[in-house]
Design a binder for this molecule. Sequence first.
Ligand SMILES: Nc1ncnc2c1ncn2[C@@H]1O[C@H](COP(=O)(O)OP(=O)(O)OP(=O)(O)O)[C@@H](O)[C@H]1O
Ligand SMILES: [Mg+2]
Length: 582
Amino acid sequence: MLELQEVCFAIKKEGEEVNLVDKVSIKVPRGHFMAIVGPSGCGKTTLLKTIAGLNAESAGTLLWNGNSLSEGHDFDPSEIGYVPQFSIAYDPLTIDESIEAATRLRVKTRNAGELDARIDRALEETGLAAIADRFVKVLSGGQKRRLGLAMELVSDPKILLCDEVTSGLDPRSEREIVKLLHELSRKEGRIVLSVTHSLAHLELYDSILVLHEGRVAFHGPPDMLTHYFSVKDTEEIYPRLATQPSDRWQSSWMKHREAYYEKIEILRTKLIKQGELRVPELSSGKDGDDKDSAASAIRTPGMLSQFSTLLSRRWRIFFRDRGQVFLQLAILLCFPVLVSLFSDKANVPIRSLSDMRQSDVMLELAEQQNVRQDTMKAGSALSGIIMFQVVLLGLMGSNNSAREIAGERMIYEKEKFGGLRPSAYLASKIAFLSCLVVAQSLWMAIFVNRFSPFDGEFGQHALFLLLCNGAITAICLGISASMKTAEQASLLSIYLVGFQLPLSGAVLALPEKIEIFTRPFISAYWAWSGSVEALATSKNLAVKSVISTSITPQSLCLYLLGLHIAVGLLISWLGAKRHQWE
Ligand SMILES: Nc1ncnc2c1ncn2[C@@H]1O[C@H](COP(=O)(O)OP(=O)(O)OP(=O)(O)O)[C@@H](O)[C@H]1O
Ligand SMILES: [Mg+2]
């Protein structure tokens, strides 16, 4: 039994508390199918989220089988299913793969047989078995809603909350979905609460809750709705609601509610007697004890299991998205080629002054001039090439991770609600991105080295390129985890990379007063400076002779880049933990 006692959800508006859900008191027995209807903006979604625990109630009590959900007895993630209005599946996956991933993330199965059985049952129950191989991106609206339901059913939820799962569907598909929800409520005492705009097919529900301005205007059997509101047709209910304030509707409903609850109970007992409704706990003689074997057996998989499910799904999505693979390959191959085009200039040998003193002063001056010119040419070409590599790797870093979390935030939030650990999620992102970072950085270092051999410690240079790419990837992942939309995250990440070059001081030295504040944040400077220090002495001196920016000892560069990675990951962790449901 789900019971709400004077539940409120308030927000602060212009300094005042406004109740979006106002003193809602309802009782929903097990095995019950309830519609939540009401005009747009009346608080249906807000109420559903309050029941789910996504909105913390500001007053009142929610009871689930007699236990207060407000006092720490939260729903177990497997106990509750929430089907939001948005699609919760990835377009490049098939129905079967989506349901399999949902099962692996939510249910700790004992063996492959149990996993398959759960997937097959979800497919059967939602009528998707025949099209299990079809890709999500080609599904119709109705099929996507079914898939959303199937992905929730894998954990046998005791309570299923659906938000507008029929909106935008044609009348036939709408009826099919309502019938499906009805069937789902007939099994194992499952409560199904469905928010809907539509006043069609109300006869399929056990009860209808009419909300008006966050308050209950009615909750009772569907066939009593028109009588209660004194209208001929259900379509007239919304205009009728507008004829008096919501507190009047609420108080008159409170006067009548017990009589309607009795009616609901009579209908329910009749259905159970006719065998149309199966409520397991009634047969065992207890109403209110939730510890039946099926539910208590369902456990959330461990961190490692969730990590490997997410990682393999990420790679699958990556390889299915041809555009993404092509872009990654193009960047991986073309950026080093671009750098190599300029490698000739860095290969200029630096002539040294001959030991023999020239007899002719003019000749000696000319030789000194030549050496100085060589040094300057080689120095600026080398400095430029290293900075070019660093900035291109920064660009790759931002391309790697700017959309990584922000682009799938709603799906992630939904999966987190279903029991996904943020640690498993973040670890899978780090593992996936690390592969890209290592491939991009090493390939850049090795390829450029072929055409313009790095005169110095090549290993150290490669390490700084790797750390620079890693630092920008980590920081952009942090941005991605903190921003509301993928567009915001992309834009901010591009700015971050765009400012690396001018603020690095490699091209033009910055005024000292500004440099002190900006330099610590510029990954490109630390990677460039570390790489310059890795050059052989003559090349290192050549670079230093052309730049007016100071070079920092390598150990400090390593420390700073490590710090950038750590800060990026910390921001990612905080962003991933934070709830950001819409
Ligand atoms: N977090 C929030 N902060 C401020 N206002 C909010 C918040 N959440 C909801 N609202 C407002 O509360 C009201 C109820 O919103 P809700 O989404 O619950 O309506 P609804 O009945 O589901 O509407 P619809 O049928 O259009 O989906 C709306 O006016 C909405 O703008
Ligand atoms: Mg809504």
